[in-house]
Design a protein around this ligand. Structure first.
Ligand SMILES: *Cc1c(COP(=O)(O)O)cnc(C)c1O
Length: 432
C-alpha cells in the first residue's frame, strides 16, 4: 500500500479504442484488456448505443419477484452459445459472487435431489486455483498470498494438483496427465460421498500466472466426476469469451460441465455482471411447494441489471459479427512469433501461452528473483513509461490483449514488453 501511494499511478479519465488516456492526456495501450475483461475495446459504438437505448427505457428493476427484458434475452443467448445441457441461468454482479452461487447451489442440490438426498459439505479444488476474494471463493482458492491470512475463517476442502502442459516434452505431459488423473480418481473414490463438486478453471489457471493445463485433463475430470456422481463446476470467468481460442474453453475438450460460471468478458468489459449456468437436473431439485423450503435464497440487489444485460447482448453479437474468434487465431500466432526472441533470454524461465493469454516467467538461473527487487513490477512500470499498461503476477508478466484488438497493436505490445524486459534485466544485473 505504501509503494502504491508513492507511485503516482495514472488516473484514467478517458479511452479511445484499445487505448486508455490519463488525466495528463498520456495515452496507454490497454495490454491486459482492463484486467482481462475487455473484448472489443473501449467506447464501442454498438455497445454504447445498446446501453443508451436501455437507459431510455429503464436502468434497473429487480429480478426478485419480477423480471426484465434484457435479462431474459441474455439468458436465452447464453443457453444457446454455451456447451449442451446448461439450460438455466442465475445472475449476480461479479465473478466471485457467481462462484459463491455455484457453491451454494451444489451444496443444496445434493440435499434436495429426488433420488438420493445427501449432505455433501466438501469441494475439491486444484493447486494454483483462483476463484475470487470472498470467504467462500478463498476457501477453494490456493494462492497463499491472497488467502493465508484468512485461513481460520475458511471452510475445509479437498485439494490436489493438476498436470501442466509441457509443449516441448509431450511424453512428460502425458505422464503427468496420467499421474494426476489417477490422483484425482483416488481422491474421488475416497471422498465422493461428501463431495458436492470439483471446481476447475478449464485449460488455464490465469491468476496462478497463466498456468496452461495438460491437454486432456479437463476431459478426464469430466469423466471422473460423472463416474463418481459429483458435480463438475467450471469457472470460465477468465478463459471465457474467446481468450483461449474458442468461445468457451470447455469446447476444446468437448466438455459440458454441470455448472458454468461466466463474468469478466460477459459484458465486453463494460459493466459488472456474472452468470451461473446449470443443468435442468440441478434446477429441478429446487422446485416444489413453498412450504418445502427448496427455494434458492440468494439474491443480489442488482442481479440481472438491464444495462449490464444489454451490454452483454451487444458484445456477444459483435463477437459473431466481427469474427472475433478468427482474429484470436491470428493474434495467437502473432504473439508466439513476436515473443519468441525472448525465449533465449537468460532470465526468461518460461513463456506460457494458450490462445491470447500469455505469461512470461522471469527468473535468475531458474531460481526466483529476490522478492524485494519486485522484478515483475519493475517490468510493468517500464512498460508504462513506454505507453503500455500491464499487470504482473509476482515475476510473471501477463499479456492479455483484448480478443478484438488489431494485429499492429499486438506487435507494438510485444515490442514494448521485449524492450522493457531487456531494460529491467540490464538494470538488475548491475544491482546483483
Ligand atoms: C477474476 C476471476 C474471478 C473473480 O471475479 P471478480 O469479478 O473479480 O470477483 C474468479 N475466477 C477467475 C478464474 C477469475 O479470473
Amino acid at each position: 500500500m505504501s509503494e502504491f501511494r508513492n507511485e503516482n499511478a495514472p488516473i484514467i479519465v478517458e479511452a479511445d479504442g484499445f487505448h486508455l488516456i490519463d488525466a495528463h492526456g498520456q495515452q496507454y495501450l490497454d495490454g491486459h484488456s482492463s484486467l482481462w475483461c475487455n473484448i472489443h475495446g473501449h467506447r464501442v459504438p454498438a455497445i454504447d448505443q445498446a446501453i443508451r437505448s436501455q437507459l431510455d427505457r429503464v436502468a434497473h428493476s429487480t429480478l426478485l419477484g419480477l423480471s426484465n427484458g434484457p435479462s431474459i434475452e441474455l439468458a436465452d443467448e447464453l443457453v444457446r452459445i454455451t456447451p449442451d445441457g446448461l439450460q438455466k441461468v442465475f445472475y449476480a454482479d461479479c465473478g466471485a459472487a457467481g462462484v459463491e452461487v455455484a457453491l451454494k447451489m451444489a451444496y443444496q442440490f445434493y440435499q434436495q435431489r429426488a433420488n438420493k438426498r445427501q449432505i455433501r459439505d466438501k469441494f475439491l479444488h486444484f493447486d494454483g486455483a483462483y476463484h475470487g476474494d470472498t470467504i467462500g471463493t478463498m476457501s477453494i482458492g490456493s494462492i497463499g498470498r491472497f488467502k493465508d491470512l484468512y485461513n481460520p475463517l475458511l471452510f475445509p476442502v479437498v485439494w490436489t494438483s493438476l498436470p501442466n502442459a509441457s509443449p516441448d516434452n509431450l511424453d512428460l505431459e502425458h505422464q503427468q496427465l496420467e499421474y494426476w488423473s489417477s490422483e484425482l480418481e483416488k481422491l474421488l473414490e475416497l471422498h465422493h460421498e461428501t463431495l458436492a463438486g470439483v471446481v476447475i478453471e478449464p485449460l488455464v489457471q490465469a491468476a496462478a500466472g497463466i498456468k496452461v493445463e495438460a491437454s486432456g485433463f479437463l476431459k478426464r475430470a469430466r469423466e471422473l466426476t460423472r463416474r463418481f456422481d459429483t458435480l463438475l463446476i467450471a469457472d470460465e470467468i477468465a478463459v471465457g469469451f474467446g481468450r483461449t481460442g474458442t468461445l468457451f474453453a470447455c469446447e476444446q475438450e468437448e466438455v459440458a460441465p454441470d455448472i458454468l460460471i461466466l463474468s469478466k468478458g460477459l459484458t465486453g468489459g463494460y459493466l459488472p455482471l456474472s452468470a451461473t449456468l446449470v443443468t435442468d437436473e440441478i434446477y429441478e431439485a429446487f422446485l416444489g411447494d413453498p412450504w418445502l423450503g427448496r427455494t434458492f435464497y440468494h439474491g443480489h440487489t442488482y442481479t440481472g441489471n438491464p444495462l449490464a444485460c444489454a451490454a452483454a447482448l451487444a458484445s456477444i453479437r459483435l463477437i459473431d459479427e466481427n469474427q472475433v474468434l478468427k482474429n484470436v487465431k491470428q493474434l495467437e500466432e502473432l504473439l508466439q512469433r513476436e515473443l519468441a526472441p525472448l525465449k533465449s533470454h537468460a532470465n526468461v524461465k518460461e513463456i506460457r501461452q494458450k490462445g491470447i493469454m500469455v505469461g512470461i516467467e522471469l527468473a535468475l538461473e531458474d531460481n526466483p528473483f529476490p522478492a524485494e527487487l519486485r522484478i515483475g513490477h519493475q517490468v510493468t512500470l517500464e512498460c508504462r513509461r513506454r505507453g503500455v499498461v500491464l499487470r504482473n503476477i509476482a515475476d510473471v508478466i501477463v499479456l492479455m490483449p483484448a480478443p478484438a484488438i488489431p494485429e499492429h497493436l499486438v506487435m507494438q505490445l510485444c515490442e514494448v514488453v521485449r524492450e522493457s524486459i531487456f531494460e529491467v534485466m540490464q538494470a538488475a544485473k548491475r544491482k546483483l
